[in-house]
Design a binder for this molecule. Sequence first.
Ligand code: HEC
Length: 139
Amino acid sequence: MKLFAPLLLAALGGLSSGFSFAADPALPAPIDRVPAKSAKPDIANGEVVFNGKSCAACHSGDGNSAIPANPKLAQQHPEYLLKQLQEFKSGKRKSAVMSGMAAMLSEQEMRDVAWFLGSKPIKPGFAKDKDLVALGEKI
Ligand code: HEC
């Protein structure tokens, strides 16, 4: 029996270190393993996409559209813009122009574009009737 004692201790030692090793996978997942849904927006790529896919032709390069029919996108909430693009693509929000435009964008590109636009300061609009603006601000 005496002969087995050191062997037993060695085996136990091995077992306990084995345990601590086995516990590692139970640790919380590192940040870079979070699902793609919360992928980080790439603002620089957003600018490239926005200009490259002719969005700028209607909404202007910095999202401050000069044409009243096309909404200004600068400084809008990125989450809102992303949702609009997703809904144009899915058909939930209907627009003859925008559903085709949004269809060209991947999920990541929509995110990049939305955060790029959100980072752009809005410029004063094209409201011509100052009284109406004042009234609108009161409401
Ligand atoms: C031919 C002109 C045109 C082009 C090109 C265009 N848009 Fe638009 N966009 C519009 C119009 C018009 C609307 C308003 C649609 C509506 O409400 O029916 C709009 C709406 C939007 C909205 C929603 C704004 C809001 O306040 O709800 C977003 C976001 C948007 N566009 C992003 C883009 C992006 C990104 C691209 C490029 C992939 C693009 N647009 C290309 C004309 C255009």
